[in-house]
Design a protein around this ligand. Sequence first.
Ligand code: ADP
Ligand code: MG
Length: 233
Amino acid sequence: MNSALNLVNVSLEYPDGGSTLKALDGVDMAVKQGEFLSLVGPSGSGKSSLLAVAATLINPTAGLVVIDGQDVSALKEAERTELRRDKVGIIFQQPNLLPALTAVEQLLIREHLRGNAVKEARRTAEDLLDVVGLTAAMLKRPHQLSGGQRQRVNIARALMGSPTVLLVDEPTAALDHERSESIVRLLRRVTDEFRTATVMVTHDTEFLPLTDAVAAMRDGRISRASVPSAQTS
Ligand code: ADP
Ligand code: MG
């Protein structure tokens, strides 16, 4: 297994009244370093559940989650938290930034809370904001940024810990077409540059050619995996 992220026969059941609801049903998935996989499927098919399990936020009912060679289910809670912090970057639809903080402070808050030296981290934060095209906006607060810029801050923040795995849930759902495309292109570039194993849930089928492979979900299963057709632009 030389994949950065491996799901092996993963199932997840949620309690549902007196019975259970199977959100994931025997899912297999392998994503290598530098690979960008898109995940599509109807609402309720289990895409977000799959990301939550891959992010180690939820334990699967059955099956294996392996990140960077480590079997997550074998870890204690505290070790899992540490693995998540060190190896997993998570990007949700809504950037969830703190209103009072500047862009650069959004990236530093976790270091700060952990009592780490912020000086070194500040350099990393500034470099990352540069990568996502926000050099001129480092000292702006969320209300001074556009939706696309806020999502860029979110992406830069997810990269702060040099994650092995980058999990992205509908990053463009709140954005217009042009901004959506630039966000997906940015995720492509970040995946290439930082060699992350990136999984992106998306409804924008037209951007699939920017990714390396497409997995389609239905009723908690991966029903199809394919290589997207040649890039058109
Ligand atoms: P998607 O992201 O593809 O829309 P989800 O992973 O959110 O799908 O949901 C998959 C199934 O699991 C749906 O039937 C949903 O209602 C159910 N579900 C999701 N989260 C929970 C939860 N926390 N508790 C109970 N059921 C849930
Ligand atoms: Mg979802």
